[in-house]
Write a protein that binds this ligand. Structure first.
Ligand code: ZN
Length: 300
């Protein structure tokens, strides 16, 4: 008996097979999201990872937004799916006897953090995922909130005071426009930096290059402002930050911590800790694995 865990973001799909409860870290397979025939690419990868074994459950982490009740994803950055794609139906047609469970990627990271990471130390916490885009999850009473439609914890589209750049959601000044990996890179390139991706940007900031340091600093400040707002609202004592932000060093982290300290001032937040996730690149996929394991023995 085997299960699958799957993570689909705007750039790639990652999948691994779970046998007897074990997810082999070396066995994670990845494929880039192509410009066309996205499902075909996903189907090929899933079929390859499943092999000949019967699949009993699938845990799926997807980039939002989602319609949880309908099993539909509608990511802005995957044009073929932008108007809505029945991801759960498509996966069920491939594995008809599997139970399919899915959450947005930020909520999956929250699930992994709650079970395997720092968030296991708290009953109520926030998890922020900074990758190509920004998302996150809210843990209340030990449970990951999904919200009415499955999109709770969408930190990327919280407005940030002092920022006004246009956001692809139609608003202005969203956290995504400042702190998403792609936004940091765009901002730096518009000011003469010639690198291509967030990893290069982080390395350049470590080497002290002025524009990359500034790009990470404004992202850190924006993240800190939003984290402070969310911490005030949810009365938590722990915020876990994963993805790029957790890896980007003091250029981002120091302004983030300073903004949280300046704005999370109510007495209940004096013990608030903001820590970097230690689950690494596979944190979201680990959350999908937990989903798959929780879906076993239940009807899809
Ligand atoms: Zn937005």
């Amino acid at each position: 008996m085997a299960m699958l865990c799957v993570a689909i973001d705007s750039a790639q799909i990652a999948a691994a097979r779970i046998v007897d409860g074990d997810v082999g870290g070396d066995d994670v397979r990845r494929a880039a999201i192509p410009a066309a025939s996205v499902w075909e690419s996903c189907r090929n990868l899933l079929t390859e990872v499943a092999g000949e074994m019967p699949i009993t459950a699938i845990g799926l982490a997807v980039v939002g937004p989602v319609d949880m009740a309908a099993g539909v994803v509608a990511p802005v950055d995957i044009p073929e799916w932008r108007a809505g794609f029945d991801i759960v139906g498509a996966i069920r047609s491939l594995f008809p006897s599997a139970a399919v469970r899915f959450l947005v990627d930020g909520a999956c990271l929250a699930l992994a953090e709650r079970n395997l990471g720092h968030a296991s130390e708290a009953i109520d916490s926030l998890v922020v995922l900074v990758s190509d885009l920004v998302s996150g999850g809210i843990i209340v009473g030990g449970l990951t909130m999904v919200g009415r439609t499955g999109n709770a914890g969408n930190f990327g589209h919280m407005p940030v005071p002092g920022f006004d750049g246009p956001c692809r959601c139609g608003s202005r000044g969203c956290l995504d426009t400042v702190a998403a990996g792609r936004s940091m890179v765009e901002w730096a390139r518009a000011r003469g930096w010639t690198g291509q991706n967030p990893r290069e940007l982080i390395d350049a900031a470590r080497n002290g290059e002025t524009v990359p340091v500034e790009a990470l600093a404004r992202a850190g400040t924006a993240l800190g402002l939003v984290i402070a707002s969310a911490a005030v609202l949810h009365d938590v004592d722990l915020v876990v930050v994963g993805g790029l932000a957790g890896e980007s060093g003091p250029a981002l982290w120091d302004p983030l911590v300073a903004a949280v300290a300046a704005h999370a001032r109510t007495g209940n937040l004096t013990e608030l800790r903001v820590v970097a996730s230690e689950l690494g690149e596979e944190g979201v996929l680990a959350g999908a694995a937990i989903l798959a394991l929780s879906g076993e023995d239940e009807p899809g």
